[in-house]
Design a protein around this ligand. Structure first.
Ligand SMILES: [Zn+2]
Ligand SMILES: [Zn+2]
Length: 143
């Protein structure tokens, strides 16, 4: 099973932002650094809470923040109701999610593809996508 790790550096992320018209201001650097350190799904609110106060006022509207994190489609469910983001490249992937602490493992191998193909055939459906998140307890939360 392929486990995905973030494959870009903070500097590359800043370059991507710059290409989308977001200049690399100091507050944005802080946000990017924080985002790249996340190993669990996180919300915009959690990132803001970790920012130095000097940077908080300048992080801009929600839309700018979401340009930084890869937004799963649909966003990963979180117990507090906020959409969560994971660091990584866009693409077809599924997640194992610890429902206690939010630890997430992303994997690219697709266990449901054969079922989806079969369903498409038997119901004459042109399948465009699917979604699979698996919930459970991670090793830490069980011990
Ligand atoms: Zn856990
Ligand atoms: Zn799949």
């Amino acid at each position: 099973m392929d486990v995905l790790q973030p494959q870009i550096t903070s500097n590359e992320a800043l370059t991507i932002l710059a290409n989308h018209g977001y200049r690399a201001t100091n507050p944005r650097r802080d946000v990017v650094e924080l985002v790249m350190q996340q190993t669990r799904p996180f919300t915009a609110e959690q990132i803001v809470a970790q920012l130095p106060t000097t940077s908080r006022a300048s992080t801009g509207p929600r839309g700018q923040r979401s340009a930084i994190g890869g937004r799963p489609d649909p966003p990963l469910p979180q117990s507090n109701g906020h959409p969560a983001y994971v660091v990584g490249e866009p693409g077809h992937r599924h997640h194992l999610i610890c429902s206690n602490c939010g630890y997430v493992v992303a994997f690219t191998s697709c266990p449901v593809e054969p079922v989806v193909a079969e369903l498409g055939q038997s119901h004459d459906f042109a399948i465009q996508g699917h979604n699979l998140e698996i919930f459970g307890l991670c090793q830490n939360c069980r011990s």
